[in-house]
Design a binder for this molecule. Structure first.
Ligand code: B4P
Length: 194
């Protein structure tokens, strides 16, 4: 099974790239951000709980997102070649719990690919999306900065966790979508050929 964690700050292109990479390798795309936004729109108890955090640009509690991922894994495990995890894990606790859940299912993460993007480019992409799509967490510069700061403090250190397992690869996330897609595919193809 090919299981990829696509990693990077808000606006790095994780969601954008996941959509095209999943088609090429026939993978299931699991985005905790999309799942939480869907729950918010449907006003489910989890969605109502998540909204408090997401509207401020804060991370949703670990137990809530870990539960979501566990349930989705059970649902799709026997129906796919593998997964792209987009926006998960985001904390060390999530990564550790995730490894335990995966081991119980006798699978593991193949690679963590980080998209490296300059701070000014992140702000510009997110503000543009805020204008085009109306996502509320992309419309307020303070919320955007809070998300980027939380990424740097709580999420980026996770790369060390995957580096220690020999699974981390950083790639240049600047440039047009197709260029970045080609860079991601060359990393995955190299791994598949090993
Ligand atoms: P996410 O939905 O993961 O949102 P994101 O970090 O903003 O990145 P996203 O993947 O959507 O954007 P992308 O970079 O593709 O998280 C939202 C919130 O959910 C979090 O703040 C948190 O509250 C909560 N959450 C989610 N997962 C959680 C977890 N595990 N634990 C706790 N809380 C969690 O793209 C951004 C924009 O850039 C797009 O408009 C795109 O068109 C554009 N773009 C992409 N590539 C480009 C390129 N090469 N050039 C120009 N523009 C580009």
């Amino acid at each position: 099974m090919l299981n990829i964690v696509l990693f990077g700050p808000p606006g790095a292109g994780k969601g954008t790239q996941s959509q095209i990479v999943m088609n090429r390798y026939n993978l299931m795309h699991l985005s905790t951000g999309d799942i939480l936004r869907n729950a918010m729109d449907r006003k489910t108890p989890r969605g109502i709980q998540a909204k408090k955090y997401m509207s401020r640009g804060e991370l949703v509690p670990d137990e809530l997102v870990i539960g979501i991922i566990g349930r989705r894994l059970d649902e799709y495990l026997n129906k796919t070649n593998g997964f792209i995890f987009d926006g998960f894990p985001r904390t060390t606790l999530q990564a550790k719990e995730f490894d335990i859940i995966l081991a119980q299912k006798q699978i593991s993460i193949t690679l963590m690919i980080e998209l490296e993007v300059d701070h000014d480019e992140l702000i510009s992409r997110l503000m543009k999306r805020g204008q085009l799509c109306g996502r509320s967490d992309d419309q307020d510069i303070d919320v955007i900065n809070n998300r980027i700061n939380i990424y740097n403090q709580s999420t980026r250190p996770l790369m060390e966790y995957y580096k220690a397992q020999g699974k981390y690869v950083g790639i240049n996330g600047m440039g047009d979508v197709d260029e970045i897609y080609q860079r991601i595919c060359s990393v995955i193809d190299k791994e598949i050929q090993k």
